[in-house]
Structures are given as structure tokens and as C-alpha cells.
Design a binder for this molecule. Structure first.
Ligand SMILES: [Zn+2]
Length: 195
């Protein structure tokens, strides 16, 4: 078995090892305001952004807003600790806004009468890798929040999308954080590390 122990990321020689420690796919468990699991969203780095693959079961039927939020916290029942929509570029809210949108703004989902929704959306402006647009910021992460009303794509600051009804955290697990902690000490403040 290949064993990789590295203390810092050195390009050329250890590029493969550096890439392996980066997490580019994650299953995010979504829970509602009473703590019941209502599905899993698999988030995955792709060439054109981050794909969110929904397998939901147990949401209220109808159209709902979905947004990536700036903080990796999901404290029920209101999920306010998730913070605002993920918006490192400080743009106005809304996929229909001429100067928008937040990087975390996504199209609405339509949940079937049986509470299920399966489908995928892509967030084009974000990444699982390091950098300003990263959803996996060191020790902090981000979150996905589902709201009881659809996002109208225009109203500030969050599309009149109503109450937050379910939430899931996108972040590295403890093991991944420790691994990164070891190798990230030197590189932590170095800007512009690609890949
Ligand atoms: Zn927004």
C-alpha cells in the first residue's frame, strides 16, 4: 500500500500527494428544523463549478429556494448561524438581477408530493479547492440551506425565499482537517496556490 507522509507541499515532486489531500467531493447530510435527516446532497468539483446532486426525501412538497451560505454552521431550528448567502464578490442577490448574483445563489428546486426531489444543480462561481471562492475554507466550511418559499431571483437580500427549513454543512471532516493542518502549516498564508 502506498503511504504518503508529507510535511509541506512541494510542486513538481509531490504534486500528486498535494492533489490527493484536497477534498473535491463530499456527501452533505441535510437535516430539517427538528433534526430529521431529509436527504443528502453530494457536492463535487467539476470543470464548470461545483455540482450539487440532490437525493431528498422528506421535504414539504412544492418549490423551494436553495442557497450556499457563508458559514459551516446549521443550528436548528432557524439555521441563522449559517450566515448570509455565500458572496465573496459582494454582488447583489439574485440569478435574475442584472448585476447579480451571489456565488451561492442557485435555481429553485421543486419537491414532489411525496416529499422527494432528485436532480442536480451547478454553482458555477465556486470551488471545493482553496481560494477566495472555496466552499471548504480551512476549519470553517460553508453550508447549504433550503427555504420554505422559492427564490424570486431579484428581491434583496435573499429573494423573498422565506424561512430556512433545512440545512447541511459542507466542510472537511476531522481527519481531513488534521491532515491539512500538518501539511498546511507552512503554506497557510501563501497566496495563489493553484490546485
Ligand atoms: Zn443570494
Amino acid at each position: 500500500m502506498k503511504k504518503i507522509i508529507i510535511s509541506s507541499c512541494i510542486p513538481f515532486f509531490l504534486l500528486t500527494a498535494c492533489m490527493e489531500q484536497e477534498v473535491t467531493k463530499k456527501d452533505v447530510e441535510i437535516h430539517n428544523d427538528v433534526g430529521d435527516k431529509v436527504g443528502t446532497i453530494t457536492v463535487e468539483e467539476e470543470a464548470d463549478g461545483v455540482k450539487l446532486d440532490f437525493k431528498m426525501d422528506g421535504l414539504p412538497p412544492g418549490e423551494h429556494g436553495v442557497h450556499i451560505h457563508e458559514k459551516g454552521n446549521c443550528d436548528a431550528p432557524e439555521f441563522k448561524t449559517a450566515g448570509n448567502h455565500f458572496n465573496p464578490d459582494q454582488k447583489p442577490h439574485g440569478l435574475l438581477h442584472p448585476e447579480g448574483a451571489h456565488a451561492g445563489d442557485l435555481p429553485n428546486i421543486i419537491v414532489e408530493d411525496d416529499g422527494k426531489f432528485e436532480g442536480s444543480l451547478t454553482a458555477p462561481g465556486v470551488t471545493m479547492k482553496e481560494g477566495k471562492m472555496s466552499l471548504m475554507k480551512r476549519m470553517e466550511g460553508s453550508s447549504i440551506v433550503i427555504t420554505n418559499k422559492p427564490d424570486d431571483g431579484m428581491t434583496q437580500p435573499s429573494g423573498d425565499s422565506g424561512k430556512r427549513i433545512a440545512c447541511g454543512i459542507i466542510s472537511k471532516n476531522k481527519q481531513e482537517q488534521e491532515k491539512e493542518g500538518e501539511s498546511g502549516k507552512e503554506g497557510q498564508n501563501k497566496p495563489g496556490k493553484e490546485d
